[in-house]
Design a protein around this ligand. Structure first.
Ligand code: CAA
Length: 294
């Protein structure tokens, strides 16, 4: 059965980006948020990304209108009952996700594929609360979703080969490059990225270099688009701390253990761009390194 309608649960940073790329690829999209306010905010993110695209000459006003017309917002999970695939991008909390899947499993037809955008929780554990563990996969997108080409497609030991390949093909139909991964915390990218980001914090703690020098080193020495400390501010220090903690819990390896500086910065509310301050202060343009961290 061809995928025509995509349901998205959550219209935050990731959910709104996923809804946008699905609508851009020609799918009818129904996106659900818990309140009208959050829905308005999420759809507003899509609107402003597309508006910037028009300003940059990357999107025509007609195409923008066409994409917006394919998007429908709702606050009801029941409205996703007609979706051929549902991608869940709610808060990284297992109980919250379980609750969503229990309702979806009841309202969606058996053929509907469920995909979680989790970056750190177990696909297998989420699949187990549904009666369709064979049609349950991970589809991990990267921020900013409309610009990043990768999707990690993840299978649990219960995912059928058919559902897995359908999800891979679906990711490809969005113009993304899928990579296949098994359900191990962090999948491929975070397994490699998180220890690297944590090491950058350790290097700062040990006085190996300043915030700017560590960032410039990796940006210019390795051709990374952002240095590790800028990337930490971009991803969110609270988010990275949360992911690292789960990975440490799974693997019990020192390289996944959040360093004390990361923990203190999270405790201090220095979460990066989202709070205006992390390793850099974003109240100034260009952002300036925050003093007194070490
Ligand atoms: N509409 C259409 N096109 C747009 C656009 C818009 N609103 N905004 C930007 N673009 C286009 C630009 O026109 C440009 O296209 P060209 O290359 O054809 O010129 C391209 O997108 C890049 O845009 P910018 O020049 O504005 O931005 P940039 O070059 O500074 O790149 C970035 C921005 C893509 C974010 C880059 O800095 C980057 O790749 N950073 C790293 C991001 C990253 O690593 N993300 C993953 C985080 S980890 C994660 O998400 C997973 C997890 O679990 C934690």
């Amino acid at each position: 059965m061809a995928i025509k309608t995509v349901g998205i649960v959550g219209c935050g940073l990731m959910g709104s980006g996923i809804a946008q790329v699905c609508a851009e690829a020609g799918y009818r999209v129904i996106v659900r948020e818990v309140s009208d306010d959050l829905l308005k905010k999420g759809l507003g993110k899509i609107e402003s990304f597309l508006a910037k695209g028009v300003e940059r000459g990357k999107v025509t006003p007609e195409r923008k209108a066409e994409i917006r017309d394919r998007l429908e917002g709702t606050t009801s999970l029941e409205k996703l009952s007609g979706a051929d695939i549902v991608i869940e991008a709610v808060v990284e909390n297992l109980d919250a996700k379980r609750e969503v899947y229990q309702v979806l499993d009841r309202v969606c037809p058996p053929a509907t594929i469920f995909a979680s955008n989790t970056s750190s929780l177990s696909i297998t554990e989420m699949a187990a609360v549904t009666k369709r563990a064979d049609r349950f996969v991970g589809m991990h997108f990267f921020n900013p979703v409309p610009l990043m080409k990768l999707v990690e497609v993840v299978r649990s030991p219960l995912t059928s080969a058919e559902a897995f390949e359908r999800a891979v093909e679906f990711a490809r139909s969005l113009g993304k490059t899928p990579v296949r991964a098994t359900d191990r915390t962090g999948f491929i990218v975070n397994r490699l990225l998180v220890p690297y980001l944590l090491d950058a914090i350790r290097a700062l703690e040990e006085g190996v270099g300043s915030v700017v020098d560590i960032d410039e080193g990796m940006r210019l020495g390795c051709g990374h688009p952002m240095g590790p400390l800028t990337l930490l501010d971009f991803v969110g220090l609270d988010t990275t701390y949360y992911i690292a903690d789960i990975m440490f819990d799974e693997f019990r390896e020192k390289r996944f253990a959040p360093p004390p500086l990361l923990k203190r910065m999270v405790q201090a509310g220095l979460h990066g761009r989202k709070t205006g301050k992390g390793f850099y202060d974003y109240s100034q343009d260009p952002p300036k390194p925050v003093g007194g961290l070490v």
